[in-house]
Design a protein around this ligand. Structure first.
Ligand SMILES: C[S@@+](CC[C@H](N)C(=O)[O-])C[C@H]1O[C@@H](n2cnc3c(N)ncnc32)[C@H](O)[C@@H]1O
Length: 292
């Protein structure tokens, strides 16, 4: 399927490999995170061999929150990204439907400085233009109505505000067999041994497999009304950070034209720019990919 034909809610009627109604999906996702919350952080370290910490650090680096900025960490879970944004001086709100996940985050050092709000991405209880920055780490794959969620993210961002989304993605072809083997065998096994929730970790693997690749997801983000959408691969595409700005006026300006931007990425068809470099001419960007 071409990027232009990407469905905007690609996972909304699935739960892993199962076809389900959106209502059932929503209930099952909630039950999943309720069940895994106590062991979620430990499992993340084991499954990714600690690499998720580097990915999140990269996300927070790209976000470049300035002291006093208002940041929303959506699907913030146990607060890894939110706590790092707060350490950078941002005023941080986490929104997540899982009280159980957020309860873990609240008790972490620095957790008391964060505002924790029980809410779904599809219906954010915040006024228009409330935030300078919205981050989502490994959360967008779990929402049911992705298109609605992206529209909500755009709504709560101030004009010129930035959106960064870290998610599992499509790895390079040469990596796929080894990565597939690890995913299908080690991760469910770890899930069973450490958390006793093998089904939750099967869902994780299956939902990753169904998530759109880098370019299709960029197209979905763009279709939701963001400008200058781009991405950066992590660990050879196992994960990717997508980013966009809510332009001052729709279609007015993209990252490539912004000398002051901390967040410069190429238009999606030309892959990622090394951040911090001078902007490259549009369309002339070589594909350079980062690994943490
Ligand atoms: C894999 S965890 C990610 C947590 C955290 N961002 C991290 O990176 O460690 C996914 C989170 O998405 C949340 N979630 C599920 N459905 C959601 C929805 N519709 N809107 C917002 N968050 C949702 C879950 O409760 C869970 O905390």
């Amino acid at each position: 399927m071409s990027a232009g034909n990407a469905p905007r809610d690609p996972l909304g009627r699935t739960f892993g490999r199962h076809a389900v109604s959106p209502e059932e999906r929503r209930a099952r996702v909630r039950a999943t995170f309720r069940a895994v919350a106590p062991r979620y952080d430990l499992m993340n370290d084991l499954m990714s061999l600690g690499i998720h910490r580097l990915w999140k650090r990269r996300l927070v680096g790209l976000a470049a929150a300035r002291p006093g900025e208002r940041a929303l960490d959506l699907a913030g879970g146990t607060g890894d990204v939110a706590l790092a944004l707060a350490r950078a001086g941002a005023r941080v709100t986490v929104a997540d439907p899982s009280a159980e996940m957020m309860a873990v985050g609240r008790t972490r050092p620095g957790g008391a400085a964060i505002e924790w709000v029980e809410a779904e991405a599809e219906a954010l209880p915040f006024a228009d233009a409330s935030f300078d920055l919205v981050t989502v780490a490994f959360g967008i794959r779990n929402v049911t109505a992705m298109d609605t969620a992206l529209t909500e993210i755009r709504r709560v961002l101030r004009p010129d505000g930035r959106f960064l989304c870290l998610e599992f993605s499509t790895p390079r072809r040469w990596l796929a067999p080894g990565y597939g083997l690890w995913s299908r065998t080690a991760i469910p096994l770890l899930g069973a041994l450490v958390s006793g929730k093998i089904e939750a970790y099967r869902y994780l693997i299956e939902s990753i497999g169904r998530f759109p690749d880098q370019s299709r997801f960029a197209e979905i983000v763009r279709a939701a009304g963001f400008d200058a959408v781009g991405w950066r691969d992590l660990s050879f595409g196992i994960a990717a950070i997508h980013g966009a700005r809510r332009a001052l006026r729709r279609h007015e300006e993209g990252w490539l034209g912004r000398q002051d931007s901390n967040l410069r990425m190429a238009e999606s068809k030309s892959a990622a720019l090394p951040l911090g470099d001078a902007p490259a001419p549009t369309g002339a960007t070589p594909s350079r990919r980062a690994t943490p």
